[in-house]
Write a protein that binds this ligand. Structure first.
Ligand code: ADP
Ligand code: MG
Length: 360
């Protein structure tokens, strides 16, 4: 059933000598979901995936699958299968032989293998390439062979480590659509690793953001965008203005923060106190720009400033507005309303609840 936890990782640490690759990872993966682990190179994504596959042992912590402790099980006894970035296909063998390999070594009878290979090749839409050597295939076709080879084992969890990393952008975008369809058709659980935020946003049901060995936040992609829990998450997904300041007042709905001499209102959080340092993330699309000051309601931030730069993006324009405390804020305006020029005096404003208060 969807919504059940199929895999649980608890208090996972991994050291390689002095290098700490994973720091106290806790994660629940839901049955049937496509979870994307997103993070920069070196953040620990592959290490986490390899521990889930059993290819690496954690220094500390546990891995549970369907509530069973599998931390010490070897890879072949786990109900997982991995697609590597390098693909690791057998170059001198045909598509058929590559895809059939896992079933052959498990002693599955030949006619059963033939039937399953045909089914899987239909699913990834390369049946007509069945007898071709993999060296004679394009990058995208090889990709499909690698996925078919893993899927034929019918794993409960498919682990994919940057499987599209070597392909060009156009091909990757095509394969995103294909992969989503494939995931829905097969219906098993996928954990997909990437460093590409666009790929993550296209593919994922939920995203886990990794940074420096930590899993910083896991959630629905909209939640991550609208309610980033850390500065890193706020900056890694989409564009944002990160404003740093000190809390000078705590109200019922909002706090007042001193931002280099300007006052700024932001949503109140539990455990927030006067004197604390906080960051406020405000997305450029949530900031309005106008020539005249707006009549301000309660909790509205409004600043006078000057347009110091503009960036035309087609359907919208990014304005860089320098305010009195010397800080430059980015605001986006739809091109049809983009009446401002560099040097113009303008006002920028947003209600406190468009911002997100971050303590980290
Ligand atoms: P990612 O997949 O996010 O790029 P990795 O999980 O590959 O990150 O690596 C995380 C950290 O662990 C990096 O600092 C990397 O250099 C280190 N690391 C990974 N594998 C090994 C290894 N076998 N030996 C030593 N260090 C490793
Ligand atoms: Mg990696």
């Amino acid at each position: 059933m969807k919504g059940e936890v199929i895999l649980r990782v608890e208090g996972l640490w991994k050291y390689f000598g002095d290098v700490i690759a994973l720091r106290n990872i806790n994660l629940e993966v839901l049955k049937g979901e496509l979870l994307v682990l997103l993070g920069p190179s070196g953040s620990g994504k592959s290490t986490l995936l390899r521990i889930i596959a059993g290819l690496e042992k954690p220094t500390k912590g546990k891995v549970y699958m369907d509530s069973e402790d599998i931390t010490d099980l070897p890879p072949y006894k786990r109900d997982t299968s991995m697609v590597f970035q390098s693909l690791a296909l057998f170059p001198n063998m045909t598509v058929y032989d590559n895809v059939a390999y896992g079933l052959k070594i498990r002693g599955v009878p030949k006619d059963e293998i033939d039937k399953r290979v045909d089914e899987i090749l239909d699913l990834v839409k390369i049946r007509e390439l069945k007898n071709r050597r993999v060296t004679k295939l394009s990058g995208g076709q090889r990709q499909r062979v690698a996925i078919a080879r893993s899927l034929i084992l019918n794993p409960s969890i498919l682990l994919l480590d940057e499987p599209l990393g070597a392909l060009d952008l156009k091909l990757r975008k095509e394969l995103h659509v294909e992969l989503k369809r494939l995931h829905e058709e097969v219906g098993n659980t996928w954990i997909f690793v990437t460093h590409d935020q666009e790929e993550a946003l296209t593919l994922a049901d939920r995203i886990g953001i990794m940074n420096n060995g930590r899993l910083e936040q896991v959630g629905d992609k909209w939640d991550l965008y609208e309610k980033p829990a850390t500065r890193f998450v706020a900056e890694f997904i989409g564009e944002t203005n990160l404003i740093d300041g000190k809390v000078v007042e705590v109200g019922d709905k909002y706090i007042v923060v001193d931002w280099m001499g300007e006052k700024i209102y932001a949503p109140v959080l539990e455990n927030i106190d006067r004197g604390m340092n906080v960051s406020i993330s405000i997305r450029p699309e949530n900031i309005s720009v106008s020539f005249r000051p707006k009549s301000v309601g309660e909790g509205v931030n409004i600043y006078e400033g000057e347009v110091v730069d503009e960036l035309f993006k087609g359907s919208y324009v990014i304005y860089y507005v320098k305010i009195r405390n010397g800080q430059v804020i980015r605001a986006t305006v739809l091109s049809k309303d983009a009446d401002f020029d560099v040097g113009n005096k303008v006002y920028i404003y947003w209600r406190f609840d468009k911002g997100v208060t971050i303590i980290d």
